[in-house]
Design a protein around this ligand. Structure first.
Ligand code: CA
Length: 298
């Protein structure tokens, strides 16, 4: 490769069912290629029966496959990957009545293409960046409440408790086509990134995310964020992926990188506090369940 000094990154990811739900419809995954490019993905499925689980898994697989084919343009690849996932889920949903209208969010972060980071997303799974100790959400939710806030029709502080907070304007699989939001930005040494489903950001506030992201290596940050979401209620499935770009000032992430980047396209199981719901608890789909915006809105 032309890059004389490859940027070292340590990554980790994990998904947890939470404290209330009976099933985990979230997934996460990490993919890398022989050019040292690395892709992190979080997806949060929705749909009755097994639809949500199938949709998010199909998204993860399809995005990983399209990344694995190889590419020159990261933006084009990410857009193609999420659009490919959309088509595959939509087809699968049409082929089986019980899976009709299944869908999923997806957020994907790509590192290792020069000194840049690229992020693509659909839905309200988020990407955050911590730079120089400051946390910033770098994706904008494709949600009804976010759009209301943007149009100055709803106060930002009211969005999180709004009864329509789970209504998405975009998701993968629900329609034959989807618009994918993609950004590409310069990377700086020491940048830290976090992808998560709403089960994390709905339970853990920005100050708490900041505090954990600032002090932890990637596996510890993933563990501690999920642990805190569960201690704060764990009302939804919770999924987190973290990537830490090595600070040029020190070589301290090197050791972490070696321990954290073992083959890990499937998330490992970390020790978690005992779940409060569990056996016999029937999670109602209507409780805090993700809903889709009616198709007539477009
Ligand atoms: Ca969720």
């Amino acid at each position: 490769m032309s890059n004389p000094k490859p940027i070292r990154t340590s990554t980790a990811s994990q998904s947890h069912v939470g404290q209330v739900r009976a099933a985990n419809q979230d997934v996460c995954g990490e993919f890398s290629d022989d050019l040292g490019r690395r892709l992190l993905v979080v997806a949060d499925g929705m749909g009755g029966h097994a639809g949500g689980e199938i949709a998010s898994q199909l998204a993860l697989e399809t995005i990983g496959e399209i990344f694995g084919v190889g590419f020159d343009d990261p933006i084009e690849m990410l857009r193609k990957a999420l659009k490919g996932a959309n088509a595959k889920i939509h087809q699968a949903g049409n082929a089986a009545p019980e899976l009709h209208n299944m869908g999923t969010t997806a957020v994907a972060l790509l590192l290792g293409v020069g000194e840049t980071v690229s992020v693509a997303h659909v839905g309200d799974s988020r990407a955050y960046r911590m730079r120089s100790g400051r946390l910033e959400q770098i994706t904008e939710d494709h949600s009804w409440v976010r759009e209301e806030v943007r149009q100055n029709r709803l106060a930002a502080e009211d969005a999180e408790s709004h009864p329509m907070k789970n209504v998405l304007l975009r998701s993968l699989g629900v329609a034959p086509e989807v618009n994918v939001s993609v950004i590409r930005e310069p990377l700086r040494p020491g940048d830290r990134f976090m992808l998560c489903s709403d089960g994390l950001w709905g339970e853990v506030g920005p100050a708490e995310i900041s505090e954990i992201m600032a002090r932890s290596d990637a596996p510890t940050a993933v563990h501690d964020l999920i642990d805190l979401a569960n201690r704060n209620g764990g009302s939804d499935n919770v999924t987190v992926a973290v990537a830490i770009v090595q600070d040029q000032e020190s070589d301290s992430t090197r050791e972490i990188e070696q321990s954290a980047t073992a083959p890990n396209t499937e998330s490992a199981t970390l020790p978690m506090p005992p779940t409060a719901g569990g056996e016999g608890y029937s999670a109602s789909e209507s409780v805090n369940a993700r809903t889709r915006w009616p198709s007539w809105v477009g």
